[in-house]
Design a protein around this ligand. Structure first.
Ligand SMILES: Cc1ncc(COP(=O)(O)O)c(C=O)c1O
Length: 351
């Protein structure tokens, strides 16, 4: 049997809990695995369908395919809000749930999703993979759905780590014991170095080909649980502080990208957001590609997102149009906002 986390006084547990009937979260190495077991807890499997925003990464679809659940894609706007009218036309008897994605750590309108769930008797799957530290109505992002995911490893400098929140304690049946994904023995020793590196605008030694949808294509992963060492690290982290620092870095990028003629996806972010990156639109694909080169020249990991499921090819032109113009400017809580501002002041270019 897979044990829930021990009931100890770790920083994550001190956060407001999910809902009155929610216990501590389950941990996994990846949010995709959390979703796989979460679907099981919702009793979803072969023959069932789930509404999923079409602007989505393939890794979220892998667990659905593994358990026989078919995604039904709905369109989102350039601010990543659902096209609600389209959703109404997609609901059938086989559709049992809807996925809400808090894109890039900016909270979505949970109550609008809940209204749709209530009207069509759907379960709400809250995907807060991007927004560790986000708080919604006094609870952690990921706790408002029937199940919710948080990918700790995307926000924190850890090789693995994700959590699954389950709203109905009764549905939280035992999960089989999973092996912990091994962590490189030198991970602890190199953590400080990683943190120092992140402080310098999250550079990469070599830049993947961000102009290609194939750049990050991944095979489905084995089911791993989270390594104790990474959990121990997470217990030292204050999510509220992480979110606050990330919002400050976001503000620096926001000013910069506007001055450079790019259009941030949002006019601003609320003070409960925990931004993963700053998403901004270029005018067209060639301008976007010039920004990838700017990032490479200056050691800044400006990147694209997402890698669509292969089945998207040719089938979701609107999502592809967004991808072709979207740039993600990196945020990490080890960055120093003032240093970043000084750095960017000397590298401002209209490309
Ligand atoms: C919106 C979203 N949900 C879920 C996932 C899966 O997270 P993980 O990589 O921890 O499995 C990703 C991964 O990129 C994602 O972008």
């Amino acid at each position: 049997m897979y044990a829930r986390l021990p009931d100890i006084d770790y920083a994550l547990a001190r956060l407001p809990q999910a809902t009155p009937n929610t216990g501590p979260p389950f941990t996994f190495a990846y949010a995709r695995t959390a979703l796989k077991y979460g679907l099981g807890m919702l009793r979803l499997g072969h023959g069932d369908k789930v509404l999923v925003p079409e602007f989505i990464c393939e890794t979220l679809i892998h667990p659905m395919t593994q358990v026989g659940v078919a995604p039904v894609y709905f369109p989102v706007s350039s601010t990543f809000e659902p096209e609600w009218d389209a959703i109404e036309t997609l609901v059938t008897d086989a559709v049992k749930a809807i996925v809400l994605v808090h894109y890039f750590g900016c909270p979505q309108d949970v109550s609008a999703y809940r209204r749709v769930c209530d009207r069509y008797h759907l379960k709400l799957i809250e995907d807060n993979a991007h927004g560790f530290g986000m708080v919604i109505d006094g609870t952690q992002g990921g706790c408002a759905g029937d199940i919710g995911l948080v990918s700790l490893r995307k926000t924190l400098p850890i090789p693995n780590g994700a959590i699954l929140h389950v709203a109905a304690a009764s549905a939280a049946e035992d999960i089989p014991a999973l092996p912990a994904q091994p962590v490189h023995v030198r991970w602890k020793a190199t953590r400080r170095r990683v943190a120092r590196k992140m402080a310098r605008h999250a550079p990469r030694l070599t830049q993947p080909d961000y102009t290609s949808q194939a750049a990050f294509r991944e095979a489905p992963m084995p089911d791993w649980s989270m390594h104790q060492a990474t959990w121990d690290y997470c217990c030292t982290v204050d999510p509220a502080h992480v979110a606050e620092v990330r919002r400050c870095i976001y503000a620096v990028w926001d000013t910069f990208v506007r001055e450079c003629g790019l259009e941030p996806a949002w006019t601003g972010i609320p003070n409960n957001a925990a931004p993963l990156v700053l998403p901004a639109y270029a005018g067209n694909i060639s301008q976007r590609n010039r920004w990838f080169h700017w990032g490479m020249r200056h050691g800044v990991d400006v990147h694209s997102w997402p890698t669509f499921p292969e089945s998207h090819t040719g089938a979701h032109p609107h999502a592809m149009e967004l991808w072709e113009r979207l740039l993600c400017f990196p945020i990490h809580q080890e960055m120093d906002g003032c240093a970043l501002r000084r750095f960017l002041d000397s590298r401002r270019e209209c490309l």
